[in-house]
Design a protein around this ligand. Structure first.
Ligand SMILES: Cc1cc2nc3c(=O)[nH]c(=O)nc-3n(C[C@H](O)[C@H](O)[C@H](O)COP(=O)(O)OP(=O)(O)OC[C@H]3O[C@@H](n4cnc5c(N)ncnc54)[C@H](O)[C@@H]3O)c2cc1C
Length: 433
């Protein structure tokens, strides 16, 4: 299933062991099922990583490094290689991922297909901006090499192309130099959204990495409070690979452990514990970028019904009013979770046709799944996003209406025209067909 375990559409997987075996896998999946889809680490939350046919090609074993030039930081690897695999070889040599999402357990193919963004979007844009070229296998055209100057239309459509334009076999990316693997991090709490926007306007320019946690349960005078976090790689120190793994959540409880009561209590304690003064602390990169990776299977805490993430981007001009309206509606509903993230996106355009980020502010938060979400809360939130001219992130989505998707991503028809006829996700069937 996907990371949110909702919608409950278990998939059958055929494992790819060698790129050479992919054409036969594609052909047999098509013959038996009509269509299929590449599957990476399954870290997408909704149904964009689930095949409409219920049968995916598991790419994770295609994890070989093919080439690396450690003087320039250019690395080529098979598409199932994870960001964790890359960090393990790159960090000791003084290189880091130029863009990383909040988990390192995603594959190169998945990072390209969703054109993922990270805490430094305002500085370096999306992952796709750092992809030099990749190999693409299509059922109708065979093997192609795509780059900005080779098959440019397929290059653009595949970055953020939701896995629909072909199977990415390998990719070449440009890494970012670091002097140390330590990060000088700052955390300071804010009392409302006005303070968040003031902090962001002042500090985003000064720091490479910026993100905020927001208390989605706070109402009245405390509404919009949160903790602003920023950081930069230290200019000296060790270059050490980190991988904290505690024992994970061993089983899925019958009901969600996140509820209105636990949420309010937890959020209030977390906010009070954060410092009211600006304090810098030096620490490792793993807790700074990947706090959730330390707890394997944390997605199980939402119980057997799973959870949905709602990630919206509100353009700059409407950001203050739009985010406030979203938070008000969420706080009134009593739903939500501890994991609520606010982040400003910058103006660096992605080469990707359907890339999610735009200049503006993105709000992302998790909700234990219940019928109430799709019947009541999400339509209210969708109306606010629509009114503000915003959009939802397909990588996190399990509910978006087709008309909302097509309005927010006007280039969807270009992607539809370049789709590999044998690749189809549950998401695409829902929003585009
Ligand atoms: C804790 C957590 C934090 C996250 N934080 C962020 C964040 O900060 N920013 C962000 O942008 N995202 C974030 N995400 C989402 C995640 O980064 C994306 O969903 C990512 O695409 C998942 O990669 P994956 O390898 O698991 O791919 P999957 O989820 O398995 O698949 C994702 C898409 O990639 C396609 N795909 C996979 N491999 C290939 C291939 N070889 N060829 C063609 N298509 C392929 C699939 O068909 C599918 O459409 C987060 C997820 C989690 C669980």
């Amino acid at each position: 299933m996907s990371w949110g375990r909702y919608p409950p559409l278990p998939q059958r997987a055929r494992a790819a062991n060698w790129c050479g075996g992919l054409p036969a896998l594609l052909a047999s999946a098509a013959k038996e099922k009509g269509s299929t889809l590449a599957h990476g680490e399954g870290r997408s939350y909704g149904d964009s990583c689930l095949a409409a046919s219920g049968e995916v090609i598991a790419m994770r074993r295609l994890d070989r490094f093919l080439d690396a030039d450690w003087s320039s930081g250019v690395l080529r690897a098979e598409a199932g290689t994870t960001l964790a695999d890359i960090l393990a070889v790159a960090v000791p040599r003084g290189w880091f991922l130029p863009v990383t999402p909040g988990t390192k357990f995603v594959t190169l193919g998945g990072a390209i297909a969703n054109d993922v963004h990270g805490k430094n979007h305002h500085r370096r844009g999306t992952f796709g901006r750092h992809v030099r070229r990749f190999g693409l296998l299509r059922s109708d055209r065979g093997r192609l090499v795509c780059a900005p100057d080779a098959e440019p239309a397929l290059f653009a459509a595949t970055i953020g192309g939701l896995g629909l334009t072909g199977l990415i076999e390998w990719a070449e990316i440009q890494l970012m130099p670091i002097a140390s693997s330590h990060v000088d991090g700052l955390a300071v709490r804010f009392g409302d959204l006005g303070e968040f926007f003031a902090l962001s306007a002042e500090l985003d320019e000064r720091h490479e990495f910026c993100v905020s946690w927001v208390d989605c349960a706070a109402r009245g005078k405390t509404a919009g409070r949160g903790v602003y976090m920023a950081g930069d790689f230290a200019s000296d120190g060790p270059r050490a690979v980190e991988n904290r793994r505690r024992p994970g959540v061993p089983l899925t409880p019958p009901v969600s452990l996140v509820n209105a009561w636990s949420l309010r209590a937890f959020n209030a304690i977390y906010w009070r514990k954060a410092s009211a003064k600006r304090r810098y602390v030096r620490g490792g990169y793993d807790p700074f970028f990947y706090p959730l990776d330390a707890l394997p299977n944390w997605n199980r805490i939402y119980g057997i019904k799973g959870f949905q993430q709602y990630q919206a981007l509100i353009p700059d001009a409407e950001a203050r009013a739009g985010v406030q309206a979203l938070l008000d509606a969420i706080a009134r509903s009593g739903k939500g979770s501890f994991l609520a993230v606010l982040k400003r996106c910058g103006g660096d355009a992605s080469p990707g046709l359907l890339s999610f980020p735009r200049p503006g502010v993105t709000l992302a938060l998790d909700f234990p799944h219940s019928g109430h979400l799709e019947d009541a809360l999400f339509p209210r939130l969708d109306a606010i996003v629509h009114e503000a001219g915003g959009r939802l992130y397909p990588a996190k989505d399990a509910h978006m209406k087709g008309e909302d998707f097509r309005r927010a991503y006007p280039d969807w028809e270009k992607l539809a025209a370049l789709r590999d006829p044998l690749l189809l996700s549950h998401f695409w069937k829902r929003v585009a067909q």
